[in-house]
Structures are given as C-alpha cells and as structure tokens.
Design a protein around this ligand. Structure first.
Ligand code: GLC
Length: 800
C-alpha cells in the first residue's frame, strides 16, 4: 500500500481497511472502515465496472452514455479471499482488491498484469460546489502507450500529455489545443502487446494525465460526480474498441446518400446561388449528394424559419434539388432568439423549456441571432417538443438532414464561451448545474434532433450531424471536427482527429475539407480532398470569407483531381457501405490506425499518418506542399499499390511515389474490392453489374459485400444481401467461394471479376464444380477479367 502524505496534506482522502463485503448476483460491494464503498460489477467477462461512493452512499445510477442494448452476461464469476486480498475471477480476468487500501490490480488469466492502481481512488471534498473532486491514479508501465479520447488535435499516442474534457467552441483551434468541441472520456492503454480500455463515465469537466505530471503514473479525475469507470479488456485493441462501442452504442445504418460527397459553405444564398452550385456539379460531372444551408437561410437566424426574400418557396427549391439528386441539409442551432413575436420562443417560454439561472431567470446569452434563450435538452419533455419542431422542415419542405452546431453550448462575447456554472438543468429528472450538464448538452440536442428527423423522415432513414458530442452520441448522429484552418498542419490534424474519433466509437466523422478558416491553395485543397474521400463523412465546408471552396474554385487541374477522387469514393461505395454495416453490427471502426491494425508491431505505436480504410485499403495522405511522393510505413504483409498494381512487402518504411494527382493507396493481398459504376449521386443509376476487383493472395483470405435498398428499414426484416467471399490461393490455382445471407434482390445479375496479380496463366475455369469455356464467362485475357452470375458458389481457376 502506498501512503502518500503529500497528497493527504493537500486535503485528499483515501479508502482504508475493508470491513464489510456483500455480493448481489453480478455486483460486489466492498465497504471500508471510513465508509468508502467500491461497487464492482461484472458486465461481461472482459468488461468490469468500478464505482466508488464516499460517506457510504451512491448517487442515482444514471448515464446518458451507456446504451440500454449493451451486451451483458458472463460465463464465470468466482470470488476468493486470503489474508491480504479479495480475488474476483471471470473467464477472462482476475481482479485483486487489497483489503488494507481498496487498491485494485487486474490480471489476465495467465497472470499477466494488465492494469493496476497506484494510489487508486481518492478524493477531495469541494466546499465551494458541494460534492467531491474524484480521482483515480494508476501505474503506467514502462513502454505503455495511450490512445483515444475523441477529437484531441494532437499526436495520436497520448503518452506524456495531459488533456481535459470540456466541450468548447474553439474557432481555428491550433495543434495541441485542448479542450475543443467534444468530450469522450475513453482511452486505450497498450502494454506488452495487450490492450485494455478505460471509460470514465462522468460528464463533469474531466482530466486525464498520461505520465505528464509524474513518470510512471496515469491518472484521471473529475470536478464532481462519482468515480465511475469501466475497465474493458482486449487483449486486442479491436476487442477494446468494439466492446466500448457496444457499451455506448452504435448508430443505425445511414441512408447511403449520406456516404456520398457533400458540399457546404457559410452560406449559400439566395436560392439562385444554391441552384448554381448544384448545377455546376452536374455540369462538371463531379458527384455530389448533399448540399447545405447555413444560418443565412433563416429569418434573422431564428431556427425553424425561412428568409422569404432569399428563399421564397423552400419546398419547391428542395424538390427541384431533389429531382437533380441533391439532398438538402439545414443548420439548426440551440440559441432561440428572444423575440416575443417568434413562435418557437413563445412556446419555449410558455412551457418553461429554457435553461434557467440558479436564481430563476432564463439563461440569456448572445449567439448569431443576438440575445437568446436555450432549450434544456436534458429535459425529456423539452426533447419531445424539440423533435416535434422538425415536422414542417422534414415532412412539408422535404429537408433530408439536420446539422446541429454551437451546441457545446457556445455563447459569444463572454470569457468562458459558454453558460455560467450556476445554470440549472433537468438531467432527466435529477436536477443539476451546468457543471454537470455542460458536456452532454450537445449530445442531448442531437438526440432530440435525431428523434424528430427520424419521426418525420420515416420510412426513410434520418441524417443528423453535430459539432459537440459526449460518449454515446454516435447512436444519434454523425459529426465533424469544427472550425479548422486551411493549413498543411491542419491537414495533419484532420487525419489524426478522424482516426481518433473512429477508435473512440464515433466513426461517422469528417473534417471541413480544405479548411474552414482562411483559404487553401489549390494544392492543399487537392491533397485534402484526397484524404477526405477516405473519411467516413465527406464534406467540403468553409467560412466563405476568403473566397470559394468548391472543387472548381481553383484551377482545372485541381478540379480534375477532385473529380478523380470523388469518383473513386463513389466507385467504392459498396465497400464503404459494407464497412458501415459492420460498424452497426459489431462496433468495428471504419478507419483503423496502424496500431489498431497490428499492435504487435512496435513500429506502429507512434505512427500517425497511415491508416486502414475498412479492412483492406491502406491510405497515407500527402501532408506537405510540392511533394512527388513520401516515405511511409507499410505494415506487415503484402500489399498491392492501387495505382500500379505492383506488389510490395510491408514491415518497413519506404518511399512511395504520389504526384499531385495521386495519393499512396495500397490494397492488401487476398482482397475483393466491390465497385459500383460512377454515379453523379446515389441512386442515379440502376446498378446493372458490379465489378469485383480481386487481388490475388497466397493462402486463405476473406472479403464481404453488404447491400440493401440503400435507405429505409426493410433491411431490419432480412431484406439485405450479405455476401462473404472466401479465397484460397495457391501457386497454380485459386478458389473463390461465396456464401450469401439475407433475401434482398440486388438489381444486377452479374459480377465482372477483374483478376489482379494472378501468378499463373489460366488453363481451366471451373464454376460451381463444372468446367466452363472461356467464352461462357466472357473471359477477357487483356484485362484478365471474366463475367459470371452474381450467385455463384465457387469459382476455381487453375494455372498451366
Ligand atoms: C460555426 C460552425 C460553422 C458554421 C458557422 C456558421 O462556426 O462551426 O461550421 O458555418 O458557425 O453557422
């Protein structure tokens, strides 16, 4: 036991000797003589919740983050004790609790130490606010690395850093700036090839220190609430991330169009300007699915109104855009203008829906419309009301998606940029101050918006995007990384942020392509769009103050590059959609940082630039001007250069050519990449044939293809088609087997199979166990391609 007198002198209190013990099914209670209780719950064999009470009483057990559908259940739970310790065993873990101190240590079943308390739980009473500042300190191992924590714009490996979570409107944030918009108190530790995660589910301002204050110690604390964290064991990082995502929830499948390219600016208006931009996409044959209306579409920035001078007939405009394949998405902010003649304000006042100061008046603050009041989205009644407000926009006008901004919540012209701490919130029936509700305000707004859009968009799927978020927000909404800057450094940040969000449970994220503040050069825009098409959410947005930022706003060369890469995204839509399905089904992140992909390779632990898109494509953006290529780390395994189709061996750093119209892209051997034809928007074409780009690989490999109606909910009733391709490659033959699930009928009948890297000349082709002639399968020896029925079960190619 560590007795820390210095900390004690600073007013910290620590648990002492355990004097009482109780077990209730899956939950164990250890009570110390000084009335601290550790409540330990076994949620799953690898997911353990630790919760501490002081003074012998727990708070109401309530969380906005935990998904009610989270898996529960374990195979084994056994308790033992000896003189010094209690020992809890599950089928994956051994948790040891010291009787003298309540300090815990967690081991795997082979006895390897995974994580252990340093001082462990301690706290300080907060006289000023009431409640406790709750703290936890853990030992950091010698070579331990740390990842996660949402949108932090800093190196992906957090060792040596201290960060805090306090949602902040941080216009033109800088590298290493902290905190910014989101608050995701979840990190992954990796040591000795074993990964675990810690989710500190506390909405107060939280801090995480990864060996910055003290070498050898990692700690986290909050300015109120309970010490309440979930320990999630791997040992694979993928197990940690998918378990965390299971705990905090997954989204539903978005409509496929939401994975298309989207165009935004502050602001496109009037109507003629919106139409002009839309028409230009079609004229230049640059695919685009979404067009955004920023705050100027409203009447004096009043939410749920239209500026009739700029947009005389929104319904007609939205329909005309829709006829041309554009989905209209509109911004809705939380600030409701104080205006006695404005119906939303009137309803809010009449029903007492706005947040109040401690002494009674409504919380008042300046945002775009001037003085505003702010709905208390932590009140279920307010959320219902808010959801109902979308009826006209969605049902009548035909808007397809809603963009929630300024929901940190942001307040202008005040030093703290947000509500004062005394503001009251309902917090779903457990009233509290803004200190506790601040970090989840944005998520509850997005949740209410999602419920509204979903209700009125039904039977189509909703689309919502938010700027602020807390853990669990992914159940309701996509997100973007806020007001970045048009600089090369920000391109580096953008790449890290989206990867980090992906391993923090929130895969459906993108950045303002080209940068929001300031103006990119054509070259920077080209490099950004190259990266952006590999982000789950893909949208150009800019403040519009310095010039245009559409794909054609630079020179023709840049337009061609933008078209080339957006085309590639549209060709890969079935691959991307399959990735998304797996995220929805299993919590698998869409992008995988290299350390996630191969944690056993220590080379990956500090890599930031390269990532895996889905399971099979290695992407590495060019992050510098005037580049003709770059050095990059290619992870272990064999990879095909996507452009040249040449195979290289990974496991080392190497130079890769990539002139301005290319970006390093590699496909893993043994991959089937499904491709749709290029469409100007999702659903433009009836897909008549799907191309399978098949990259030969020795040994066994697998790939998947998920398809459905691309919108609506039929897929929940088995109307989907989920194909698994299993491949076995040998020197002189190659077998591809297909298994299919679901009963959705795709519009096409055939696959065009394009064989890449085949190490032999084909002598014989067997299809479903029968030899077929080359003509039967339209074999094209130059392209090395053949056409077969989509429902084949086995294709066997034999070489001479
Ligand atoms: C905020 C948003 C930005 C938006 C602007 C005007 O700065 O982050 O995306 O364009 O407000 O609504």
């Amino acid at each position: 036991m560590i007795v820390n007198t210095e900390l004690q002198q600073k007013g910290n209190q620590f648990p002492n000797r355990v004097v009482d013990f109780k077990k209730e099914v899956d939950t164990l209670y250890f009570t110390t003589q000084n009335e601290i209780i550790l409540e330990l719950t076994v949620l799953r064999d690898s997911v353990i919740r630790f919760r501490y009470a002081t003074g012998g009483v727990f708070e109401r057990d309530f969380s906005y983050a935990i998904d009610e559908n989270a898996s529960r259940g374990y195979n084994h739970l056994e308790l033992k004790d000896d003189k010094e310790y209690y020992h809890v065993h599950t089928s994956k873990l051994h948790i040891r609790i010291e009787k003298e101190s309540l300090q815990t240590a967690i081991y795997d079943t082979d006895g390897n130490l995974i994580n252990e308390d340093e001082i462990g739980f301690h706290y300080e009473e907060s006289f000023h606010y009431g409640g406790n500042i709750v703290k936890m300190s853990k030992k950091a191992q010698h070579a331990e690395s740390y990842y996660g924590l949402g949108d932090k714009p800093m190196h992906s490996n957090l060792r040596g850093k201290r960060v805090q979570n306090w949602a902040t409107d941080q216009y033109a944030f800088a590298k290493d700036q902290d905190p910014i918009y989101k608050s995701v108190p979840f990190y992954i530790g990796l040591n000795n090839k074993k990964a675990y995660g810690i989710f500190f589910d506390n909405t107060f301002r939280t801090y995480f220190d990864f060996c910055q204050e003290r070498m050898g110690v990692t700690s986290f604390w909050a300015q109120g609430g309970e010490m309440n964290y979930y320990f999630i064991y791997g040992p694979q990082m993928s197990d940690v991330v998918t378990s965390y995502t299971n705990l905090t929830g997954v989204p539903e499948l978005p409509p496929m169009w939401a994975l298309g390219y989207q165009q935004c600016k502050w602001s496109y208006f009037p109507e003629s300007n919106v139409k002009e931009v839309a028409a230009k996409f079609r004229e230049l044959k640059i695919p685009c699915d979404g067009i955004y209306l920023d705050i100027d579409y409203m009447e004096g920035f009043r939410c749920f109104t239209w500026n009739k001078e700029y947009f005389p007939d929104p319904k007609r405009m939205v329909k005309e855009l829709a006829d041309d394949g554009f989905k209209t998405i509109v911004i809705i902010d939380p600030g409701i203008k104080i205006d006695k003649d404005y119906w939303v304000y009137q309803e809010g006042v009449k029903n007492d829906y706005f947040c109040k100061r401690a002494d009674g008046p409504n919380m008042k603050g300046k945002v775009w419309p001037g003085e505003c009041n702010f709905p208390d989205y932590t009140n279920p009644k307010v959320r219902d009301w808010w959801a109902g407000l979308f009826k006209e926009l969605i049902s009548d006008v035909g808007v397809k998606g809603v963009w929630n901004d300024m929901n940190e919540p942001a307040v202008m012209e005040v030093p703290d940029k947000t509500f004062p701490p005394d503001v009251r919130h309902n917090y779903d029936g457990d009233p509290c101050s803004h200190r506790k509700a601040h970090n989840i305000y944005g998520t509850q707004m997005a949740r209410a918006t999602y419920e509204g859009v979903k209700k009125f968009a039904y039977p189509k799927r909703p689309f919502v995007i938010t700027r602020s978020a807390y853990s669990g927000a992914q159940r309701y909404t996509s997100s973007w990384t806020g007001d970045n800057v048009a600089s090369w450094e920000h391109l580096w940040i953008a790449n890290i942020q989206v990867q980090r969000m992906c391993i923090s449970g929130m895969s459906f994220t993108g950045t303002d392509i080209g940068g929001f503040a300031e103006q990119p050069t054509g070259e920077l825009y080209a490099r950004w769009i190259q990266l952006g098409v590999f982000h789950p959410f893909c949208r150009t947005h800019s403040s519009g103050h310095h010039g245009d930022q559409e794909p054609w706003a630079f020179d023709e060369g840049v337009t061609d590059i933008a078209r080339k890469f957006i085309n590639l995204r549209y060709r890969l839509l079935p691959y991307l959609y399959t990735m998304f399905y797996e995220y929805v089904e299993k919590g698998t992140p869409l992008l995988k940082p290299l350390v996630y992909f191969d944690q056993d390779d220590a080379q990956t632990h500090y890599r930031t630039d390269e990532f895996i898109f889905g399971h099979h494509i290695l992407v590495c953006p060019i992050l510098e001007p005037n580049a003709k290529g770059r050095r990059m780390y290619v992870p272990r395994g064999n990879w095909y250069n996507y452009w040249t189709k040449q195979m290289i061996a990974g496991g080392k750093e190497q130079w890769v050519d990539a002139d301005i119209d290319e970006m390093p892209l590699f496909v893993k051997e043994g991959t089937i990449l499904p491709k749709y034809p290029i469409q100007q928007y999702v659903g433009e074409l009836t897909i008549e044939q799907v191309e399978l780009e098949v990259y030969y690989g020795l040994g066994k490999n697998a790939s998947k293809l998920y398809e459905d109606a691309q919108d609506g909910y039929d897929y929940t009733k088995d109307r989907y088609s989920y194909r698994t391709f299993k491949m076995v490659g040998r020197e002189k033959d190659w077998i591809i087997q297909q298994h299919k699930r679901g009963d959705f009928m795709t519009s096409y009948d055939t696959f065009r199979i394009h064989l890449i890297g085949l190490p032999f000349d084909i002598k014989e082709i067997e299809l479903d166990n029968e030899v077929v002639s080359f003509e039967d399968v339209h074999f094209d020896p130059v392209a090395c391609a053949l056409i077969i029925n989509k429902d084949f079960t086995e294709l066997h190619l034999t070489g001479a």
